[in-house]
Design a protein around this ligand. Structure first.
Ligand code: SF4
Ligand code: SF4
Length: 181
């Protein structure tokens, strides 16, 4: 079979360069055909939604927004080892490590901590590999079902510790529920 005659979709049409007649030259039939296709789509079920006003329902097992965990004393778990950044296929995580001072023992669980920890949400694909790689149980994807909100500035998508670290009140609630178990 000649290469010119092969058609994967089966809808291949030969283009014929024949001269148009008077009616074809007016393009009226073609325009009416096009309008008919548009009108037909108006009555079909829409596949798109008006995000962010409308949000799709997520599956029960969906994992959203990251959180940097605190322990039962409210101290940050992360020790800035960099394993999450290393395992991230999207290279979305960056951090700066710092040494804990003696007076900061109540803030950070390990001797080293992340003074800066950032996730670029424009890169993140919510694969969860950072959570898998973390040896300190410090980062995890929450069950909040929250995706990143729609924003206009690129810099707004860089989530720092102010948006990632677990709120202290939540850490206290978690600690209390563990004690009552
Ligand atoms: S969820 Fe995946 S892509 Fe997102 S920061 Fe973690 S490892 Fe990277
Ligand atoms: S979140 Fe976990 S893997 Fe990432 S730097 Fe902190 S301790 Fe290491």
């Amino acid at each position: 079979m000649a290469i010119e005659t092969i058609s994967l979709s089966g809808r291949k049409k030969e283009v014929v360069n024949k001269k148009m007649n008077f009616w074809e030259g007016l393009y009226l039939v073609a325009i009416i055909k096009g309008l008919f296709i548009t009108i037909r789509h108006l009555f079909k079920r829409k596949v798109t939604i008006k995000y962010p006003e409308q949000v799709r329902e997520r599956s029960d097992v969906y994992r959203g927004q990251h959180q940097l965990k605190r322990d039962e004393l409210g101290r940050e778990n992360c020790t800035a080892c960099g394993l999450c950044a290393l395992s991230c296929p999207a290279e979305a995580i960056t951090m700066t490590a710092a040494e804990r001072k003696p007076e900061e023992k109540h803030l950070y669980r390990e001797e080293k901590y992340a003074s800066v920890y950032e996730i670029n949400m424009l890169r993140c694909i919510f694969c969860g590999l950072c959570e898998e790689a973390c040896p300190k149980d410090a980062i995890y994807l929450t069950e909040s079902k929250q995706l990143v909100p729609a924003m206009y500035g690129r810099e707004d998508f860089i989530f720092g510790k102010d948006r990632l670290v677990m709120p202290l009140t939540q850490a206290m609630i978690n600690a209390q529920s563990q004690m009552t178990r």
